[in-house]
Design a protein around this ligand. Structure first.
Ligand code: ADP
Ligand code: MG
Length: 235
């Protein structure tokens, strides 16, 4: 504590299976409303993790956000809570699409969105390959508040319909979960199609365990007209 040597790094396993609660913040002080805090209570979540404590207000304010922290640090609720809070306040306002590389991750994301969003009356659907696409097209046409999807199937559903622009035209927040795995050549054509279907004034949030060069490039890109640079949290 003489200030000359760097502090010892935390043990690597600290976040692996148990999210570490942030010592000083509460969900209330981050601006979440009582019904959402009570939904969290019903799944035994009472204190924000560090990434949640850092990112919730920035995302709630509409700012773009980049969140980098290891697996198990609570990234999902870091974006799901501010999204749910904003939609609950204005159900005709902030519709969201969350993209993720695999079906399994999509179902895990949906589960967390349902746990905190359903008690507040929000609808969440999952659009992934391998499942009945006619059923998914119906669910998409019913205009859910939150769409959790793998890129390929979402592209297929939007392309298969002549009236493309209606489908994602209301999306105001786009999340790329596991962004490092999405921002690769494999997903590039699907992602650029999906970006073209979402209004350009959207809020964009990238969450990842690994902050790749592609992600830092996006973080350092000059912000568009009238926009702030993204809020960046990285541990
Ligand atoms: P990541 O995306 O960073 O790998 P997740 O968002 O999937 O991590 O969260 C990992 C686990 O931690 C999940 O089971 C989730 O329910 C739990 N969790 C998230 N936030 C909290 C919290 N504030 N308190 C306790 N558990 C939490
Ligand atoms: Mg995750």
């Amino acid at each position: 504590s003489k200030g000359t040597s760097a502090p010892a790094p935390p043990p690597v396993s600290a976040f692996a299976s148990e999210p570490k609660p942030a010592a000083t913040t509460t969900f209330e002080s981050l601006g979440l409303s009582a019904p959402l805090i009570s939904a969290l209570g019903s799944i035994n979540i009472s204190r924000p993790t560090e990434i949640q404590s850092a990112c919730i207000q920035a995302i709630m304010s509409g700012r773009d956000c980049i969140g980098g922290a290891k697996t198990g640090s609570g990234k999902t609720l870091a974006f799901a809570l501010p999204i749910v809070e904003r939609i609950a306040r204005d159900p005709f306002g902030v519709w969201a699409a969350v993209l993720t590389p695999t079906r399994e991750l999509a179902y895990q994301l949906t589960e967390q969105f349902l746990a905190v969003g359903r008690p507040l009356g929000l609808t969440t659907i999952t659009i992934v390959g391998g499942m009945d696409s006619i059923q998914q097209a119906k669910e998409l046409a019913a205009r859910p508040h939150i769409i959790v999807a793998t890129p390929g199937r979402l592209c297929d559903l939007i392309r298969s319909d002549g009236l493309q622009s209606g489908k994602l035209g209301r999306v105001r927040t786009l999340v790329l979960d596991e962004a490092d795995r999405l921002l690769t050549p494999t997903f590039a054509p699907d992602l650029s199609f999906l970006f073209s279907q979402i209004p350009p004034n959207r809020q964009t949030c990238l969450f990842t365990a690994t902050v790749s060069d592609a992600i830092m490039e996006l973080a350092n890109k000059p912000p568009g007209p009238g926009k702030q640079k993204p809020f960046v949290y990285r541990v």
